[in-house]
Design a protein around this ligand. Structure first.
Ligand code: GZL
Ligand code: ZN
Length: 327
């Protein structure tokens, strides 16, 4: 082959190889600055779509990890199944992505696959919930102070009911999730030493359907003896509303309800007086998480954790802000 033809074909082959490698993510142990024209390939292992909060969080993440922001996002929702979520992370490692973002359904069971990601030179960034594995197995956690959220909810119950004998039931979030564990820790600390007794506490797995079923059980057992319901998220509280009404009781009056999240439907129930107090848990973590991923992939140092601020709402406050809420 004539020289110039040979050079031309060689140039073409190497260009394709480079692009191909880059498109495959070029992550792996090169830990690259992303592939192609600096596109960062990110595998995002989401819990599933268990609640309104989760939908808002997924939307925020997809908006931030967009092509125009320089990302190629591979999205997986694990249907609230921890083993499926671990498999998703393992598949991202095999695809050689540049970075993995994980919203861990439960805190335990992550050590092995996070070690595999580390061995493959692929950084893991946690968003929302966190893991019990050693923090040298992930680059950063962008999350919320769940214990403070629980403490805020508990303080409201203690303040409004603590000085008279009060019967409480609890709809817990997903068993083993840092959100449920830490919210309960904070709540229990806040009602310590008051005249509040917990009649029963069970998981409703953060979903409306299970919140309703578990509340039906509580009502069969305790009926109108129940004075207060603490639900670890709005969605379980919303499911409980149906059960409370079906039992001929008035939510917000016969049974006072305090929840955590402050999603649109929860804030509407609060404005309508069916809920009595909501502690916010901000789901809009996409922008911060994308910023941290870019820094990590570029080899810049980042903090081990970024905690997003929350607030709380009474019915009056909910009425004021309802139409301007971003989720
Ligand atoms: C909290 C998040 C929880 C929400 C629930 O950050 O992990 O999971 O409170 C969601 O609504 O299902
Ligand atoms: Zn890449």
């Amino acid at each position: 082959m004539r020289m110039n033809k040979l050079v031309a074909s060689f140039a073409l082959v190497s260009a394709v190889a480079l692009t191909a490698t880059a498109c495959a993510g070029g992550g792996g142990n090169t830990g690259g600055t992303g592939g192609g024209d600096d596109v960062i390939t990110v595998g995002f292992a989401q819990t599933g779509s268990e609640s309104g909060w989760r939908s808002a969080n997924t939307e925020s993440m997809k908006e931030a990890f967009s092509a125009e922001n320089g990302f190629d996002l591979i999205f997986n929702a694990a249907d609230n199944k921890p083993e499926a979520q671990i498999a998703a992370v393992r598949s991202f490692i095999n695809q050689g992505v540049d970075a993995i973002v994980l919203a861990p359904i439960v805190s335990d069971g992550w050590d092995d696959v996070l070690q595999e990601a580390k061995d493959a030179g692929i950084p893991v960034i946690l968003e929302d919930r966190t893991v019990s594995a050693s923090d040298d197995l992930y680059a950063s956690w962008i999350g919320l102070d769940f214990e403070k959220e629980g403490q805020t909810a508990g303080a409201w119950v203690a303040e409004n009911f603590g000085s008279t004998p009060t019967n409480l039931v609890v709809l817990e979030g997903t068993t083993g999730s840092s959100a449920a564990t830490d919210r309960q820790t904070g709540f229990d600390a806040a009602i310590e030493g008051t005249d509040i007794s917990v009649l029963d506490s069970q998981t409703g797995n953060f979903t409306r359907a299970e919140g309703k079923t578990v509340m039906e059980g509580f009502l069969q057992k305790f009926g109108s003896e129940i004075n207060v319901l603490f639900a670890h998220n709005d969605d379980m509280g919303l499911g409980a509303l149906d059960a409370i009404k079906a039992a001929g009781l008035t939510p917000g009056k016969d049974i006072s309800i305090v929840t955590i999240d402050a999603v649109k439907d929860g804030m509407t129930a609060l404005a309508d007086g069916e809920f009595n107090f909501i502690v916010e848990c901000n789901p809009l973590l996409g922008e911060k998480t994308a910023e941290v991923v870019k820094s990590v992939v570029a080899g810049e140092s980042v903090d081990k954790q970024y905690i997003v601020e929350d607030q709380s709402f009474t019915p009056e406050q909910a009425k004021e802000v309802l139409d301007s809420r971003p989720y």
